[in-house]
Structures are given as structure tokens and as C-alpha cells.
Design a binder for this molecule. Sequence first.
Ligand SMILES: [Zn+2]
Length: 137
Amino acid sequence: MITQTICKTFTFEAAHVVPGHPQCGNIHGHTWRVDVFVKGEVGLHDPNFDYVIDFGELKKVWQPIFDKVDHSLMLQASSDGKPHLLHETKLFALPGERMPTSENLSNYFANAFRDALPALSIWVRVWEGLTSWAESE
Ligand SMILES: [Zn+2]
């Protein structure tokens, strides 16, 4: 038998806050990457296949976790089970009660640059995670 290590990578999007931390005490988001390593003998888990484990089995374990954390705000629970208050959090709201979408953020940032530098042609692209962006016109 040969012992080998395999890895399955998952990603999810979520915001979190670390109460009391000068920077991370503010709600902020990340594209989170999760690498799951499994070391074992090839063919031991399932003698019908020459693998350590079917990657699909790891995905089945991951899916319910993903459903809980993806696009969530992850908070620290206090002893009573309720999240810590977010009174320290720096808040930002777009003017005009606009939603904080990539589209509206790119327009807001572009307008700030255009107001400061009116003689220049300026546009802004805002990336939301690693694969999605919006650009101001
Ligand atoms: Zn963070």
C-alpha cells in the first residue's frame, strides 16, 4: 500500500469582526479559502478505486458548513450566546440610502475622484472578491 496526501480546496465569502482589535474590530469581509488535506493509504477507504478518498465525499461534508458560513457575518458569541455588540464598529453608508453594491461603490468612488480632479477622465473598477467587478461609466 502507498500512503499519499490529497487536498481539496473550498472557498466562501463572509464578513467577520474581532471585538477589541484596532483594525479587525470593524466588520470587514474576505474571500476565505479552506484547504482540506487527507493522508491515507491509496485504496484503503474504498478498495474499488485507487484513491485516498473521493473528493466528492469531502464536498458532501463541506456543503452544510458552506451553507452556514457563506455570505454570513461571523460573530463571537458571548457567554449568554448572543453576539457581542458592535458599538466599536466603524460604519459607512453610501449617500442617498444607496445599497453598498459594487456598482454603487464604483460610482461613489469615481465621483470623489472626478470631483477632486475634474480635468481628468477617470473611472473606477471595484472588485467584489476575486472574480466579480463593476465599473463606473
Ligand atoms: Zn478579517
